[in-house]
Design a protein around this ligand. Sequence first.
Ligand SMILES: Cc1ncc(COP(=O)(O)O)c(C=O)c1O
Length: 408
Amino acid sequence: MLLCFQHNLLGDLACFFHRSPRLFQFHLYRIQISHLSRFLRSQDGIDVRNYGHLDGLPEAKRLGATLLGVEPTDVLVGGNSSLSLMYCCILFAHAFGLRPGAAPWSHEGKVRFLCPVPGYDRHFAICDTFGIEMIPVPLTGAGPDMDKVEALVRRDPTIKGIWCVPKYSNPTGETYSDETVARIAALPRAAGSGFVVMWDNAYAVHDLGPERIQLADLMGLARKAGTADAVLLTASTSKVTYAGAGISFLASAPETLARFAKHLGVHTIGANKVNQLAHARFLPDTATLETHMRRHAAILAPKFRCVLETLEQRLQALNIAEWSQPKGGYFVSLDTQPGLARQVVELCTQAGVKLTPAGATFPLGQDPENRNIRIAPTFPSLDELQQSMEVLVTAIELATLRARSTGA
Ligand SMILES: Cc1ncc(COP(=O)(O)O)c(C=O)c1O
């Protein structure tokens, strides 16, 4: 195994980098495409081939409402990417002001955002693009450290938002506790003007085992707290049907949604309603969605088992790394000894195993302790995964030994 680090003897083994489903998972939805010609009119008689209905078809809104735990009237249906909706939210808030009465962030000088870490690199990339300063906040296993979050928001009105992946967070796999969700729902009251909660529920229905973990109802709590216009919930079917050809959803209070739609109507005449209808017909109710997601879990659970068992068998007794034990989602988060993550990723690259760059899970790609590595086991086959995991754990052992021998 050591030789392969020098000479890439194993060839290109596997890619842990992609947070993508494997082809096999796409077969679960295959039937739809060949029947598209049947899907020309929605239940309400809307011809889905035409322009119009910027906010989406009613039956697609119902699917979004199921994923996000809100009412269909709170939902706007977008194109294939929820990330694109998030980008638009930040863009519109920056240029025009998103909440009713809120000034554009660009008029306010400095803008800061809270970024629970480790987190999703593309959230950080959006902030970076708009020159928004990112403030890392530690995750606790039950969501962000809310004492820190509340203290920061109270004393700094330039903090305009927080990124949240509340269920099976990317990459830690944690789900926010009921208390955390309630405190986040109240946050906009303590914050300066124009504050938004970016609630990216990308893994809302991605349980790996039979247990379906319930996330508290952010929208309900926000309504009670009077902050519903400041919460922006997103989800998509990227990890339900097709990663590059699903549909996405944005939910908020009607006033915020209407302001968003006003700007969106300049950006586009409407999303792909043929695809919305195909999805709504394929996943018409909660029971069908749950059955479908159990099929995904049957493909994914053995891959997560493989990762966790290899880590346990090879590293547990050595006590040289820590890792998450996710009950769902797409990732395992691994912490090496401080200072070693970049070296481990480099060793794996030399051996033909591609990992997410070390640091990617922190704002500006800078992990202050250089120890977090995100493992995304969904894309490789089980065989590739097993071999790649052997490479990864050997790289961790090697890097740790080197550090100990040099006293670094
Ligand atoms: C937390 C999170 N949000 C959003 C996305 C992307 O979602 P979409 O395909 O809907 O843009 C991902 C993809 O990996 C993700 O991990």
